[in-house]
Design a protein around this ligand. Structure first.
Ligand SMILES: *Cc1c(COP(=O)(O)O)cnc(C)c1O
Length: 359
């Protein structure tokens, strides 16, 4: 018997593991999870009904082509079916985009710090990550990103608003950047928090994609639509890219429950966007409250706020947890706090106030 273990690809060594937001502690007096940018509202009754009805058939495979959902999306966004692809969350679609474009020797550019899935899915592919530091104001440095392009660049992520800082890039600067990107390099506009944007100068990626064959827009049902647990997201891109996404999809990846929930959510969009509106009001209250306490908070257009706490990051996260809210620390850098239930936001504000006084 040989003692060697199966040969695994060298690229997998040292891949950072994806850290899910910590769950709220069980057994505490109150415990709120503000660590994963989830929607705090429970599923809408109508969406629940669709999912419950679909559940009676889960001995069957789902519709692999997601026909019903694709038709809804095509109508909702005014794009042809051939420009759409669905996947297991937009992270799933992002991974397919890398698989479809990049391999060993290729380069993938993204801002840093940004969404923690980017380095992971890039490294899995064997391509090289080219992280470009955010500006001192925690915004994408699009000039530096354009300068980082080489003839090995295959894909560039622009996370707008950026996770975890909440900051945005606006129309003029984004168009100037897109004008500088060679037409054979794919630009992925990750718009997971699109519905939370209130700044009119932030462009809708779907409008930018229409005239630019190298732009792909990623959207998800996980945040504004409240379906994080069901895993469904989608891409809007021109035909060659969308077709490549359909080729790289895991067969039957999007469950029928997820498909039905997504369709029902699109049909209940007014109600869901009303909830988003309430969360945006809470966001304003939280940001104003923090600033009144003396904190420097970058302008956020997402459902979370970013506190650059540096060395005090871990201590701050511990203080929050002690009082019943779980936040997302990035040790040595800062804390990302989801805008959640009013009571949870209140606790967070209280902890922040006490913590700021101690500094
Ligand atoms: C939450 C998030 C996603 C969406 O993830 P899903 O896989 O759709 O749940 C994508 N991009 C960013 C930047 C996110 O923060």
């Amino acid at each position: 018997m040989s003692e060697t273990s199966p040969k695994l690809r060298a690229e997998l060594e040292g891949i950072p593991t994806y850290k899910p937001g910590k769950p709220a502690a069980a057994g505490g007096p109150v415990a709120y999870k503000l660590s994963s940018n989830e929607n705090p509202y429970p599923p809408l009754p109508g969406v629940m009904e669709s999912v419950t009805a679909a559940a009676s058939n889960f001995n069957r495979y789902p519709d692999m082509a997601c026909t019903g959902l694709m038709n809804e999306l095509s109508e909702r966004f005014g794009v042809p079916l051939s420009h759409l692809a669905t996947g297991t969350g937009s992270v799933g679609v992002a991974q397919q985009l890398i698989q479809a474009t990049s391999g060993p020797g290729d380069e993938v550019i993204y801002a840093w710090r940004s969404f923690e899935a980017y380095p992971i899915i890039t490294q899995i592919s064997g391509a090289r990550s080219v992280p470009v530091p955010l500006t001192p104001g925690d915004v994408h440095d699009l000039d530096a990103m354009a300068e980082a392009i080489t003839d090995r660049t295959r894909l560039i992520f622009v996370c707008n608003p950026n996770n975890p800082t909440g900051t945005v890039v606006r129309r003029a600067e984004l168009e100037r950047f897109l004008d500088r990107v060679p037409s054979d390099v794919l630009v992925v506009l990750d718009e997971a928090y699109r519905e939370f944007i209130r700044d009119p100068e932030v462009p809708d990626g779907v409008e930018l994609y229409r005239k630019r064959p190298n732009v792909c827009v990623l959207r998800t049902f996980s945040k504004a639509y409240g379906l994080a647990g069901l895993r469904v997201g989608f891409a809007i891109a021109h035909e060659p890219v969308a077709a490549a996404l359909r080729k790289t999809a895991v067969p039957f990846g999007v469950s029928q429950l997820a498909q039905e929930a997504a369709i029902a959510s699109l049909r209940a969009e007014d109600e869901l966007l009303g909830r988003v509106g309430s969360l945006v009001c809470e966001r304003t209250r939280v940001v104003d409250g923090l600033r009144a306490q003396g904190w420097t908070v970058p302008e956020t257009q997402a459902n979370f706020v970013w506190l650059r706490l540096g060395e005090r990051t871990v201590a701050f996260a511990a203080a929050c947890e002690e009082h019943g809210v779980v936040v997302r620390p990035f040790p040595g850098e800062g804390v990302r706090v989801t805008v959640g239930e009013t009571e949870a936001n209140d606790i967070f504000l209280k902890v922040a106030e006490a913590f700021h006084k101690e500094i």
